[in-house]
Design a protein around this ligand. Structure first.
Ligand SMILES: Nc1ncnc2c1ncn2[C@@H]1O[C@H](COP(=O)(O)OP(=O)(O)O)[C@@H](O)[C@H]1O
Ligand SMILES: [Mg+2]
Length: 400
């Protein structure tokens, strides 16, 4: 699959722009703030119906306008297809597939893409939320029906959270607390949350071999990179050896593997969640908040015998996030259908070796979008189409 055209209307800084693409590498060059990321953000939006930069859609609509429109033409197995999404600040989007009205969620899974950007260092350094988001973006592209499961889960969390808050205030005021009211929410949380956990565990298990391979390919070093799922529902997991202990203890590896196999079962997770919610009942009421469930889970990144967070050097962290993105890309690849790879302003951040290795990998991808402030940032070996970006305008450069 590749994009042949992208049209932006009132999207971010673009009033009206149409860009044509070939397969292979397309590079956008322009000074900072000129609108390069805006273009690749639009492509990413078609994949996930969300921006990799902002959580609210309001910022995507050009200032002073009511709606932004992204249109794309793509070739899927030699067949042309058109997609369109209208983004409104504060109300539901509208979508069209081949000019017929469609539910926006029907767009999910058609344009698959993976964005690698400088903010990705947060995947190593920040709190669990960014890693959950990383997993969920892959999940939704690969299993579009999970978008609804996740939205329903969010709703359940909201309602259950409100109930916990009111029970909590009753408890603190010494009034009777009806815990039974929580049970119906527990069941829904467990049913939906169990599915999310299973998908995430499956993704982690599928990506693990390529994380190791890509890390080695990018960093070249002697350390092995590994990812594991850490579920808030698992009291036992806290007692398991940490993932990075598998290099030190023989039993840990099989414990962790069998644990992961269990996590891949949604029904099993639902059971565990119900049990865990029971165990944490008092604490949840005391705090008035949802303490257990996939919204509290994490993905553990380890490098040989230590956790990446807090231990990995700057260069190792870059290699790790690059391995994560590339492994995500590989996981979404289905036979001849490769996701689009987007490299947003990353070459200037990488040292010479990592730059070259990333360029080698990118050269084999069906369609790659690269942004950079100056030509020198892009490795010379990467040819392809080049566009000059100036505020509100994108101009093709002569074929090189
Ligand atoms: N909703 C919007 N309406 C108008 N301009 C916007 C909007 N959102 C962002 N911009 C403008 O887009 C520019 C940033 O574009 P960006 O793609 O991030 O630049 P870069 O080329 O550095 O990647 C800024 O000048 C900003 O003011
Ligand atoms: Mg940018």
């Amino acid at each position: 699959m590749y994009l042949s055209h992208l049209a932006l209307n009132d999207f971010r800084s673009y009033e009206h722009t149409v860009i044509e693409f070939d397969t292979g590498v397309t590079t956008f060059i322009g000074s900072n703030g000129y609108g390069k990321t805006n273009i690749v953000e639009a492509i990413g939006y078609l994949s996930t119906l969300s921006s990799h930069r902002v959580s609210s859609d309001a910022a995507l609509v050009r200032q002073g306008q009511q709606a932004a429109v992204i249109q794309a033409r793509l070739m899927q197995k030699e067949r042309p297809m058109t997609l369109e999404v209208e983004i409104y600040a504060g109300r539901a989007n509208r979508a069209r597939i081949n000019r017929s009205l469609a539910k926006p969620s029907q767009l999910l899974g058609i344009v698959k893409s993976v964005v690698f950007a400088p903010e990705d260092l947060r995947l190593v350094r920040d709190e669990p939320g960014v890693r959950r988001r990383f997993l969920d973006e892959l999940m939704i592209q690969q299993r579009p029906r999970m978008a609804k499961v996740r939205a329903d889960y969010e709703k359940v969390l909201k309602q259950r959270g409100a109930l916990l808050k009111s029970l909590s205030s009753k408890k603190w005021r010494g009034l009777p607390v009806d815990e039974g009211a929580l049970e119906v929410w527990d069941v829904q949380l467990a049913e939906l949350g169990g599915q999310i956990m299973a998908e995430r565990a499956r993704i982690i298990s599928a990506m693990r071999p390529s994380i190791g391979e890509y890390y080695e390919r990018v960093a070249g070093g002697d350390k092995t990179a590994r990812i594991d799922y850490k579920a808030s529902a698992d009291k036992e997991l806290w007692e398991l050896p940490s993932a990075y202990d598998i290099y030190n203890t023989d039993t840990a590896a099989s414990d962790i593997e069998s644990h992961e196999a269990e996590l891949c079962s949604a029904d099993n997770n639902a059971k565990r969640l119900v049990e865990a919610l029971g165990r944490h009942r008092e604490k949840e009421i005391e705090r008035g908040a949802n303490l257990i469930g996939p919204h509290r889970d994490d993905m553990i990144l380890s490098l040989a015998t230590f956790p990446a967070k807090g231990y990995a050097s700057h260069g190792e962290s870059w290699s790790f996030v690059l391995a994560l993105r590339l492994a995500g890309w590989k996981m979404l690849t289905e036979e001849e259908d490769q996701p689009i790879l987007i490299l947003d302003d990353v070459f200037s951040e990488l040292d010479a070796t990592r730059r070259e290795r990333l360029a080698e990998i990118a050269a084999d991808v069906e369609q790659v979008f690269i942004t950079a402030a100056v030509d020198e940032d892009v490795p010379a070996g990467l040819g392809g189409q080049r566009y000059r970006v100036t505020p509100g305008n994108v101009q093709v450069e002569e074929e090189r």
